[in-house]
Design a protein around this ligand. Sequence first.
Ligand SMILES: NC(=O)c1ccc[n+]([C@@H]2O[C@H](COP(=O)([O-])OP(=O)(O)OC[C@H]3O[C@@H](n4cnc5c(N)ncnc54)[C@H](OP(=O)(O)O)[C@@H]3O)[C@@H](O)[C@H]2O)c1
Length: 356
Amino acid sequence: MKLENLSEFDRRCLEEAIQLGWKGDSRVHPNPRVGAVIAKEGEVIGRGWHRVRGEAHAEIDAINQSQSSLDGATVYVSLEPCDHHGRTPPCTERLLKEGVGRVVFAMADPGPGQGGAQRLREEGVEVIGPVDSPSAKRLLAPFLTHTTKNRVHLTMKWAMTLDGRIALGSGDSRWVTSQESRVHAHRVRSQVDGIMVGAGTVLADHPSLNVRHELDGPDPRPIIWDPKGRLNSKNVEETWWQSMLEREAIIVSDQGESSFLEVLPWNDGEGFSEALLERGFHHVLVEGGAGLLGTFLDLGLGDDALVYLAPKVCGGKDSLSPVGGVGVSKMDLAYGLKEMEVMPLGPDLLIQGSFE
Ligand SMILES: NC(=O)c1ccc[n+]([C@@H]2O[C@H](COP(=O)([O-])OP(=O)(O)OC[C@H]3O[C@@H](n4cnc5c(N)ncnc54)[C@H](OP(=O)(O)O)[C@@H]3O)[C@@H](O)[C@H]2O)c1
């Protein structure tokens, strides 16, 4: 079923449910981010989302928030209601107990909770779904990657000027984008459980890799990509090493003297995203620089892209573009993106898409 084929009211409620799902941060992992809206007689009576793994699923959270009886109500949810006993009881049982009359959901559950739609239909509930929605796909993409592909989900992120520069030849790079974009990027940091930067970026910027701008989400665990072992105690500030040690950072390296951090071998990317999942990561934000992003795309290690585009031009032949590596040899071999979304953020544009 296509989103456009829903009634105006159903579409608005389902879209709101999907947006609510984004309120979940990395504390939901390995569960999916899910949002839910409950409506009755043309009015929204409950809203909820999955906040922390082990706690109420979105439908149950919305039921708990709603003031009136749910008899005959419609529940809108970004993911098919679950039908299994995991850390919490099946959502289907609670929906049936409350007398819900209709369920509209965006994405079918590929995980252990699948079968909820069928169960509800068998019990006489009108069920509409799956409904094809690009924003639900984006919301649930990390969950789909680790459930169906058994590896971590990698989001390639960069901030650039209109002429495609991420830093000047002098090394100056702060800041490319506006405050609005930086707040958004920090919110994204709270939704991932790992954040990765390359050795060149560490040497240039000593990035904090945490969640700031008065957001209260959890900090992701840092992953430092240093395959050639360039980083050492002489070229990197001690306070930076200390903060990485306290945050249990992982260093991806085949050599070097940084072994006081947990080391993950690089092995030219062989088995890398599976190894990250084994170490408890589900969604990792790959924040650059150019060497890291280029190498990952050359190896096919990139699920989607998150690009902040600032309305300015730097020029200069020495300023850096976002993606290095070897790149492609012909334009028709360029890494394509699908399901593109563009959104204004203050003076900037946020451009998102999934690699084909
Ligand atoms: N605007 C943004 O979004 C943004 C984000 C992050 C960083 N930056 C900027 O980007 C700049 C840093 O970028 P960068 O490209 O120099 O550094 P980087 O990507 O952070 O790190 C590159 C490191 O990886 C190594 N490397 C590169 N390709 C490799 C490969 N195929 N196999 C093994 N190792 C490889 C490099 O070694 P070699 O040095 O030997 O090549 C270098 O040690 C800084 O100026 C930073 O401010 C901007």
